[in-house]
Design a protein around this ligand. Structure first.
Ligand code: ZN
Length: 94
C-alpha cells in the first residue's frame, strides 16, 4: 500500500498541511488542520485530497488528524511527480 504526502492549505490559518495518505483512500473524510484544528470536509480520491467539499453531508467520514510536525507556514517543496499526480486527480491538468 503506497503512501505519499499530500499538500493541503488550511483556509482558516493559511498553514500548509502535509499528511501522508494511502492511495487506497476514497470517499468523504474530515481533515483536521495540524496547526489550528479547523475541520475540513473534503472528498479524497485515490489518496489525493480534492477541492470537493461535503459540508452538508450527513456523514463526514473518517477523521484525518494532521500532526503538527506535518504543517508549515511556508509552502514546502514537493516532488514534481507528486504535484502532477495531485493535479491530475483533482482534475486540474489537461
Ligand atoms: Zn489551520
Amino acid at each position: 500500500m503506497a503512501r505519499h504526502a499530500q499538500e493541503f492549505n488550511c483556509t482558516e490559518c493559511s498553514f500548509f498541511n502535509y499528511p501522508m495518505l494511502s492511495d487506497k483512500m476514497n470517499g468523504n473524510f474530515t481533515v483536521i488542520c495540524g496547526n489550528c484544528g479547523h475541520e475540513h470536509y473534503r472528498t479524497i480520491k485515490m489518496g489525493v485530497i480534492t477541492g470537493d467539499r461535503h459540508n452538508y453531508a450527513a456523514d463526514h467520514g473518517d477523521t484525518i488528524h494532521v500532526p503538527k510536525s506535518a504543517t508549515s507556514k511556508e509552502k514546502r517543496k514537493m516532488g514534481k511527480i507528486l504535484q502532477m499526480r495531485q493535479m491530475e486527480t483533482a482534475g486540474l491538468s489537461k
